[in-house]
Design a protein around this ligand. Structure first.
Ligand code: THU
Length: 138
C-alpha cells in the first residue's frame, strides 16, 4: 500500500519516541497490553495517547482513540501521521480504524514495536478500505 505523507526522519523519530514515552502511562491492568500512540496534526502539534482500561471492560479505550480525541477536543481535525507502538507490533482495532476514517483516509499510519521495527506503514485507507464516512450520511 503506498503512503501519501512524507515526513522527515527526524519527525518520525520524534513521533516514535513520543509514542514510546506515552506508552509508559498506559493503564492496562487487565490485558497487560500497553499501547502508546503519537498523532501529528497538519498544524504541527503532536498529541499522544495510551490505552486506558476499566474493571467494566467495555468502558476502556484504545491509545489511538485517546490521541485522536485529545486532538479533536483541542480543535484539530487534520491528521498527518499516527504512530502506534506496542511490544509486538499489533494492528489497530476496527473501532479505532473507524475513528481514523472520520478525519481522513490519507493520514499515514505506522505500526511499530518497542524494538523499533516497523510492522505496517500505510494509510487509513489501507487499514480500512471502503470505509463508511461522513459523506455517506449526506
Ligand atoms: N488496544 C489499543 O489501545 N490499541 C490497539 O491498536 C489494539 C488494542 C488496547 C485495548 C486494550 O486496552 C488492550 O489494548 C488489549 O486489547
Amino acid at each position: 500500500m503506498k503512503t501519501t505523507t512524507q515526513i522527515d526522519g527526524e519527525m518520525l523519530e520524534k513521533l516514535i519516541e513520543t509514542a514510546r514515552n506515552a506508552r509508559n502511562w498506559a493503564y492496562a491492568p487487565y490485558s497487560h497490553y500497553a499501547v502508546g500512540a503519537a498523532l501529528l496534526t497538519a498544524s504541527g502539534k503532536i498529541y499522544d495517547g495510551v490505552n486506558i482500561e476499566n474493571a467494566a471492560f467495555p468502558a476502556g479505550i484504545c491509545a489511538e482513540r485517546v490521541a485522536m480525541f485529545k486532538a479533536v477536543s483541542e480543535g484539530e481535525r487534520d491528521f498527518t501521521v499516527l504512530v502506534v507502538m506496542t511490544d509486538n507490533g499489533g494492528s489497530p482495532c476496527g473501532s479505532c480504524r473507524q475513528v481514523m476514517a472520520e478525519f481522513g483516509l490519507s493520514t499515514r499510519v505506522l505500526i511499530v514495536d518497542t524494538n523499533g521495527k516497523t510492522h505496517i506503514d500505510t494509510t487509513v485507507e489501507g487499514l480500512l478500505p471502503w470505509a463508511f464516512r461522513p459523506e455517506d450520511l449526506l
